[in-house]
Design a protein around this ligand. Structure first.
Ligand code: PHE
Length: 348
């Protein structure tokens, strides 16, 4: 039965006694119950215990002192029960949090990082040329038509200038004047020669982009290392010497090499370097593979950047990084270099 301060047929002391039993029996197993208990008995406005204090005047003077003591004890009891309940609830909660499920599988540490095979290959190539006296130069990946094509002696109707081959950021009517993702590292030659005076002996490693269909052997982006040497009296013999030295250092002293005539708009004469790659299953026991393009810098290119082509000559070369990396690591699909599959990457 609800003890009510309004029940005038019961003495205050009887009510106190009933309430004491209720308070002792109250369930306080949750924060909601504890809060309801607080409001019910100790609430500032209408708490049952709070209200009893207001009735102390009704008690005859001779028992008023005792009634006061009993009321104070009741209040104390309610407060203690509430405090204890809340302490207990907090403890239960932190125990829940600390509970460890020992049957859960452990967390795997993430695999340690390692250098990407392309980066390793690129660094190795750069290091070989640095030992031959080359310094690293860089240029932007977003290039304008002049640096990527015009200054490199590409005729206006050259197929590389077509949307089919080049990823344009801003195309332009009539071939010239567009903005594009560079299709090779050769524009770095132009930037370097434009910015300084001969002699030059530089390599320019970097990413290049082409609108290729993506297959096991071609991708829309890849890496090149460009080389440029310009000085008085530079000849094709210097070019051949440097490239053969590079190839023997990179692929091994016994690598078979072939220098094959070729064509590039910005070099004259031009040559490609092939290496013989032994393949046990191949009917010929292996096959020639092209690894770079090269040639003597075309006088038109030197003149385009204001270098006297009567006084200076030079050579240039450009090699892909993907093919040497794939040969070296026995990778047969170029796409895997760009997928960032951890099962592949963790092998390096
Ligand atoms: N830029 C040429 C290419 O991307 C390679 C090259 C560079 C050829 C320098 C000759 C000289 O195919």
């Amino acid at each position: 039965m609800e003890p009510s301060v309004m029940e005038s047929d019961k003495s205050l002391l009887e009510i106190v006694e009933e309430m004491r039993r209720d308070i002792e029996a109250a369930g306080l197993g949750s924060e909601q119950e504890a809060e309801a208990f607080r409001v019910r008995y100790l609430g500032q406005k209408n708490g049952l215990v709070t209200n009893l204090f207001k009735r102390i005047r009704e008690v005859p003077p001779e028992t008023r002192r005792e009634a006061g003591q009993r009321l104070n004890a009741l209040k104390k009891l309610a407060e203690t029960r509430l405090d204890d309940a809340r302490t207990q609830l907090r403890q239960d909660q932190s125990q829940d949090r600390a509970a460890i499920d020992l049957t859960l599988p452990g967390r795997r540490p993430s695999p340690p990082g390692s250098t990407h095979p392309l980066t390793t290959t690129l660094n190795d190539i750069v290091r070989i040329f640095e030992r031959l006296g080359f310094v690293v130069a860089e240029g932007p990946e977003i290039e304008d038509d002049w640096h990527n094509f015009t200054a490199l002696n590409f005729p206006p109707d050259h197929p590389a200038r077509d949307m089919q081959d080049t990823l344009f950021i801003e195309a332009s009517d009539g071939g010239e004047g567009g903005i594009m993702l560079r299709t090779h590292t050769s524009p770095v030659q132009i930037r370097a020669m434009h910015a300084g005076d001969p002699p030059f002996r530089l390599i320019a490693p970097g990413r290049v982009y082409r609108n290729e269909s993506i297959t096991y052997k071609s991708y829309c982006l890849f890496h090149q290392v460009e080389g440029l040497v310009v000085d008085e009296g530079v000849t094709m013999a210097d070019l051949k010497h440097v490239l053969f030295t590079f190839a023997r250092t990179f692929f091994g002293d016994d690598v078979k090499l072939r220098f094959r005539p070729s064509f590039f708009p910005f070099t004259e004469p031009s040559a490609e370097l092939d290496i013989w790659w032994p393949l046990p299953d191949h009917p010929d026991g292996g096959r020639w593979m092209e690894i770079l393009g090269s040639g003597m810098v075309d006088p038109n290119v030197l003149e385009a950047v204001g270098i006297d082509s009567e006084r200076y000559t030079g050579y240039a070369f450009g090699m892909g990084v993907e093919r040497p990396a794939m040969l070296r690591y026995n990778i047969d699909d170029i796409r895997i270099l760009y997928e960032n599959d951890v099962r592949f990457l963790e092998q390096f």
